[in-house]
Design a protein around this ligand. Structure first.
Ligand SMILES: C[S@@+](CC[C@H](N)C(=O)[O-])C[C@H]1O[C@@H](n2cnc3c(N)ncnc32)[C@H](O)[C@@H]1O
Length: 202
């Protein structure tokens, strides 16, 4: 079972809120790719962060594409159900819990709010095919996945992310993942507190 939980990396979510969201606000359509999303806590945490900061209408313009190789063949079903056990919710701030999750008849299982559930679309996808699922993303998030790849694969996967970001789009990865030297000319780091990079204009 993939290790993941809601609001796993709150600091990076807050930096996405403070640095990325203000830049996205003015766009008519915003596509986000969460690559290696496991059973959904990460893309749903991003969706809640956007909803909290962009208002009730935000999902008219925003789609979060969540993908995973999904060896279990269960992620689509789990993400579409939006039903999560308490053990994946321990880091959710109380007011977020009250607003976006409802209790169910089954002890310790919570249902995510409909507006959040509908904002995330899952598809199976293997990053090592090096084929992006579409073009013109404003934001690509790939956390705790690249560490499983060889250095040469990491370079090619990040190069693929670069190819499907719009100019000025953002790439986010985990704290311990550094941008490979070979690709540093393609991205500018936007903060020293997280691995958030902006695509450089060609
Ligand atoms: C530890 S989970 C990370 C989940 C989430 N991104 C997070 O940080 O909480 C790693 C995920 O990477 C996925 N993964 C591994 N290899 C992959 C590949 N080649 N293509 C797509 N996903 C892959 C696994 O199936 C797993 O769900």
């Amino acid at each position: 079972m993939a290790f993941t939980y809601f609001f796993r990396d709150r600091q990076t979510l807050e930096l996405i809120r403070d640095i990325v969201v203000p830049k996205l606000r003015s766009r008519r359509f915003i596509s986000i790719w969460d690559a290696g999303c496991a059973m959904g806590p990460e893309p749903y945490s991003v969706a809640i962060t956007l909803r909290e900061n962009m208002g009730a209408m935000c999902f008219r313009n925003v789609t979060i594409h969540a993908t995973d190789i999904d060896g279990s063949n269960q992620f689509k079903q789990e993400i579409e159900a939006g039903l999560y056990h308490r053990e994946r919710l321990h880091s959710v701030p109380r007011e977020i819990m009250e607003h976006y999750f409802q209790t169910t008849d089954t002890d310790d299982w919570y249902l995510i709010a409909d507006e959040i559930r509908k904002s995330v679309v899952f598809q199976k996808h293997d990053l090592l095919t090096l084929q992006p699922i579409r073009k013109n993303f404003s934001l690509v998030i790939c956390k705790n996945v690249l560490l499983h790849f060889k250095e040469s694969e990491r370079v090619e996967v990040i190069r693929m992310f670069h190819s499907c970001l719009e100019d000025g789009g953002y790439f986010v990865t985990e704290h311990t993942q550094k941008m490979p030297e070979k690709l540093s000319h393609l991205f500018s780091p936007v903060t020293s507190n997280a691995q958030i990079y902006q695509k450089r204009a060609a």
